[in-house]
Write a protein that binds this ligand. Structure first.
Ligand SMILES: Cc1ncc(COP(=O)(O)O)c(C=O)c1O
Length: 398
């Protein structure tokens, strides 16, 4: 049988990079490649007791079909929380619960873009979102990133020159993979450009709550007077990614179309998971939980940087210090073949890192970077992984 696949799925090509991920599941390999929270970050006992109480008191609510918009108490709680704590959400906005933030990107593109329309994104950017956009047939236009966020001149030129741009997709806090946070000036400039060119913005913010140092910067959505920002939030990095619960704050008209699209995808997000999130947020001291997470990850980030300085930097690899998020973006010297470096690191030296090209709009674009995660491995495994990486880099880099 010869199978014929859609052009949409043909747009998402398997690549050499995915080969590297195959090795990362070998227990002998230290994986610095996943975007996973630390196993120490999960509140398993609290969640077990929440589940017990849900099944004792309201089992049918947790097991029955539910509404597409999401579990009302969770929606109401998050709308209030985001307004009060982040000035995010206006009278013209609604909130919907989605199956992870990833679904927000896919559904936003689905309702706003026709096949062949453009989405402008930071280059590099989160590959999961890029693949969601690709899967519905949109084209991607990448714009470079500087130390303080997207390159505004390049963005302006992309908006001027690219036909049918419908969305600017941005990750303003601790961008995945670069770790960069966009300055307030650039957030405002990006908003003004979107306004001038009448395009929507998706503000994807999974890491904003995970700032270990420095001052938070206000969300783009907080100055959205026009209703052109779709805000994407998630509990993946602050409660548990396996629950697959995210939320979007978006203008009513947009939310209404999102509901129609979501009905056709998965009817509603897992209702038990939504109830767990609501109970956790309202009864288990969520703000204290965030403080604990910041403390845990801040310490891990600090020790990862010390280990990089000790083992890896002497080889000529550089990195930018992190103030939040889960990743460190490392740069190889110019003359090194990045893909070969990453491939040999995992195949012959037992340490998995993610080649930077995985995050590029065009995987064939030149890229000297690789990404490491410091939250998922234990302290011992992190040291072992970074030491392996450094030993290999010293022997490999001329
Ligand atoms: C920038 C970014 N957006 C979205 C997601 C996906 O989040 P979720 O698990 O809520 O789908 C991730 C996950 O790593 C991410 O890094």
């Amino acid at each position: 049988m010869e199978y014929r696949f859609s052009k949409r799925i043909e747009n998402i090509k398997p690549s050499a990079i995915r080969e590297i991920f195959k090795y990362a599941s070998d227990p002998r390999v230290v994986s610095l490649s996943a975007g996973n929270p630390s196993p120490d970050a999960f509140e398993s006992e609290a969640i077990a007791s929440i589940c017990k109480s849900i099944f004792e008191s309201r089992p049918i609510d947790a097991l029955q079909y539910s509404v597409t918009e999401g579990y009302t108490p969770l929606r109401e709680h998050m709308l209030g929380y985001m307004k009060q704590n982040h000035a995010t959400g206006r009278d013209f906005d609604d909130i919907l619960i989605m199956s992870g933030a990833q679904q927000i990107m896919e559904i936003s593109a689905k309702i706003l873009c026709n096949e062949g329309d453009y989405i402008i994104c930071e280059n590099p950017s989160f590959v999961g979102s890029l693949n969601s956009f690709r899967s519905i047939g949109t084209k991607l236009k990448g714009v470079g990133i500087e130390n303080d966020g997207i390159n505004i001149k390049e963005l302006e030129s992309a908006l001027d020159k690219t036909p049918n741009v419908r969305i600017i997709y941005t990750i303003p806090n601790f961008q995945n993979p670069s770790g960069v946070t966009m300055s307030l000036e650039k957030r405002k400039a990006l908003y003004e450009l979107a306004r001038k060119h009448d395009v929507m913005i998706i503000e994807d913010n999974p890491y904003g709550d995970l700032r270990y140092k420095g001052e938070s910067i206000q969300n783009i959505k907080s100055f959205d007077d026009d209703g052109r920002v779709i805000y994407a939030g998630t509990f993946s990095k602050v409660i548990a990614p396996g629950l697959r619960v995210g939320y979007t704050i978006a203008p009513f008209e947009i939310a209404k179309k999102m509901v129609v699209a979501k009905q056709g995808e998965d009817v509603h997000s897992n209702i038990l998971a939504q109830m767990i999130c609501h109970e956790f947020l309202t009864k288990c001291g969520f703000d204290e939980k965030l403080l604990r997470l910041r403390h845990l990850y801040g310490k891990k980030a600090e020790s990862a940087e010390k280990l990089l300085d000790k083992y890896v930097v002497p080889s000529g690899i550089t990195y930018s210090s992190v103030e939040g998020g889960l990743f460190i973006w490392c740069r190889l010297p110019k003359n090194v073949d990045m893909l070969e470096f990453c491939s040999l690191a995992v195949r012959e030296h037992g340490v998995a890192i993610v080649p930077g090209s995985a995050f590029m709009v065009d995987e064939n674009d030149p890229c000297d970077y690789f990404r490491i995660n410091f939250t998922a491995p234990s302290d011992e495994r992190l040291e072992e992984g970074i030491k392996r990486l450094g030993d290999f880099a010293l022997s490999y880099i001329p």
